[in-house]
Design a protein around this ligand. Structure first.
Ligand code: FES
Length: 620
């Protein structure tokens, strides 16, 4: 039995949690579902898990070397890192706003995407009148039902889900044989309801991202969207990126099941919320489609993701998959089916396939570069003559991760910055106009672009040392630029951009740019005619800022366009139209894949792409 060595009260939630005197504050919070930000998953690398120890009546160890380095002067205000701090005895710990993984603004819409055609869903309702049994006709209930389906609707060789069998006697007799039959793929009866006309036949599409999860409830017959629900991925406390989560799974048995349960609970909550909003029963949801990167796909299915992190990064499977909702644990109709779109590779998942479906770049003439800018950047280049893709480890900077004052896209996050050249006066906008709490991904890119435009940052990413302004100073992590003084923010510190932050942005953009250049070379160096920015990282970003920091390959005079949550939209298309699923399979098979780890020029291009500025690169 574990001995309780004290109680920690976590504010602002007022949750009291017993401590064994050995578990870190992060571990205690995680196990009780408190959303503390932990970009590195508790590996003591990121410095995002900051908390304030307001009161401690027990033993509080002195700060570790990492805490001294990362927190600097904040130690005087009792800041500590939750993953480093173990308290025995009673204490009160406040989790400041910037360390809370909640209240995100999540992208759930799309723009400039292909128009959906008339729905051709995999599940459809059919009305039949099943004749009552007679002494002269000894056919069983099932046989009479299947024969009515055959005669009235021409559905041959149809079988029944075993659970539907149990419903037959009661349903056939409740309205004198009038039955609505729901058939999947013209082959399998997945539901029966009494009535002379088919009733609601619904579906859910899920975009399972590393950071966020979006669920769309749709009417399968009309294609109408009934509800959209969003949530943070509850696996986030185990690491902001997929590698941290994979290594968490490898730490001991049971961790994979733990992460699977977390994401399934999240999907089930989205189902419940969507049904509550639309005032329908989850029993009417007979089909679901899930897309996500390869690691999210494996964690959702409970498949061992270990080898995704080991060269040559093979996934457990690549093709599309159908699984019964009851076998997965998704709380829609028990007889419903969950369809997972195909994967391309260990780091190019079904989300990329869904983005291709949504943007239709595989059917159009212009040579298009599709950039999905998340923690793992997925790039696709091509047109109707063929596609090639790659993935690059951009890191979380485009989502505000690994940035000293970075926050997720949530109310109060600075999303745009303006710096007046000459005076260096800073103005900014925040999401929903709330008081500034930090910089989200687009705010970070905007700030760096403005610092470049104003001549504060040079091409190599270094601050201009000749600056004479109060906002430019030397801090614990080297030179830094003050964007918002603490007097104008609810935070107990200034909102700044440090030299280390600039380096994070340079590395993220260099990885993306180098990958894009190699894709372009693989297509014979043909000029890119269109750039589409997808995902939260890409869609909120101002394309002019992206160009200013040199994100795009050289000689791409075209303007970039944000296309919103293309992966979620692609999942909806595949939910409503069986032909899109076949299209996704064809795309996954025919798209070429470039493994950047095996490209000898990647490192050289990566280094030259660190350069900030419109050209975005330099000859070494
Ligand atoms: S340093 Fe604590 S979670 Fe990363």
């Amino acid at each position: 039995m574990v001995e309780i060595m004290g109680t920690i009260r976590f504010e602002p939630w007022g949750r009291e949690i017993g401590t064994d005197g050995q578990s870190s504050l992060l571990r205690l919070a995680r196990h009780h579902g408190l959303p503390i930000r932990a970009v590195c998953g508790g590996k003591k690398r990121c410095g995002t898990c900051r908390v304030i120890v307001e009161k401690c009546e027990g033993r509080l160890p002195s700060p570790s070397p990492l805490e001294r380095e990362v927190l600097g002067d904040l130690l005087k205000q009792n800041y500590r890192l939750a993953c480093e701090t173990v308290i025995s005895g009673d204490a009160v710990v406040r989790v400041p706003r910037e360390s809370r993984d909640e209240e995100q603004v999540i992208l759930s819409t799309g723009a400039r995407l292909v128009r959906p055609r008339k729905p051709r869903p995999p599940v459809r309702g059919y009305a039949v009148k099943v004749p009552a049994p007679r002494l002269t006709d000894l056919a069983a209930d099932r046989e009479r039902l299947l024969s009515a389906l055959r005669e009235v609707h021409g559905l041959k060789r149809t079988r029944l889900d075993p659970l539907v069998l149990k419903k037959i006697p009661a349903v056939l007799r409740s309205q004198e044989g009038h039955v609505a039959v729901y058939v999947r793929g013209l082959r399998e009866v997945v539901d029966l309801r009494p009535g002379s006309a088919p009733g609601p036949c619904l579906g859910m599409a899920f975009d399972v991202g590393t950071t966020t999860v979006v669920g769309y409830l749709l009417d399968l017959a009309s294609g109408m969207q009934l509800s959209v629900q969003t949530a943070s991925n509850p696996q986030a406390p185990f690491g902001a990126d997929v590698i941290s989560r994979i290594s968490h799974c490898r730490e001991s048995n049971g961790r994979l099941a733990e992460l699977q349960e977390l994401v399934l609970n999240c999907l089930n909550e989205l189902v419940a919320a969507a049904c509550a909003e639309a005032q329908v029963s989850p029993e009417y949801i007979l089909e679901a489609v899930c897309v996500g990167n390869t690691a999210m796909h494996h964690l959702l299915l409970g498949l061992d993701p270990t080898h995704l992190a080991l060269a040559p990064y093979p996934p457990v499977l690549q093709g599309a998959l159908d699984i019964k909702a009851r076998d997965l644990g998704l709380r829609i109709s028990e007889t419903g089916t969950v369809h997972l779109l195909p994967l391309k590779a260990g780091f190019v998942g079904s989300d990329a396939m869904a983005c291709i479906l949504a943007t239709g770049i595989h059917q159009r003439a212009p040579l298009t570069l599709l950039m999905d800018l998340g923690t793992n950047g997925e790039l696709v280049l091509g047109n109707r003559e063929g596609l090639i893709c790659c993935s690059t480890a951009a890191g979380p900077a485009f989502e505000g991760g690994h940035i000293r004052c970075g926050v997720r896209a949530r109310p109060g996050a600075i999303d745009r910055v303006q710096i007046e050249p000459g005076t260096l006066e800073v103005s900014f906008s925040t999401i929903r106009g709330k008081a500034p709490v930090g910089l989200c991904g687009s705010g970070v890119i905007s700030a760096v672009a403005e610092l470049v435009r104003a001549g504060v940052l040079g091409g190599m990413g270094g601050f201009n040392q000749d600056l004479d302004t109060a906002g430019f100073r030397k801090g614990t992590e080297g030179w830094e630029f003050v964007l918002v003084p603490s007097s104008e923010t609810p935070q107990p510190h200034d909102i700044i951009l440090t030299q280390k932050d600039i380096s994070e942005v340079q590395m993220a953009k260099a990885a993306i740019r180098a990958g894009a250049i190699l894709l372009q070379e693989a297509r014979g160096g043909v000029p890119i005619e269109q750039i589409l920015l997808a995902g939260a990282g890409g869609s909120y970003m101002d394309p002019a800022d992206a160009r200013e920091i040199g994100l795009f390959p050289p000689d791409t005079p075209v303007d970039a366009v944000g296309v919103g949550n293309a992966a979620g939209y692609g999942a909806c298309l595949a939910l409503l139209d069986e032909r899109k699923r076949r299209e996704a399979l064809k795309v996954a098979r025919s798209t070429g894949y470039l493994e950047l780890a095996a490209e000898p020029r990647f490192q050289e291009l990566f280094v030259s792409s660190m350069f900030l500025g419109r050209d975005g690169g330099m000859d070494l």
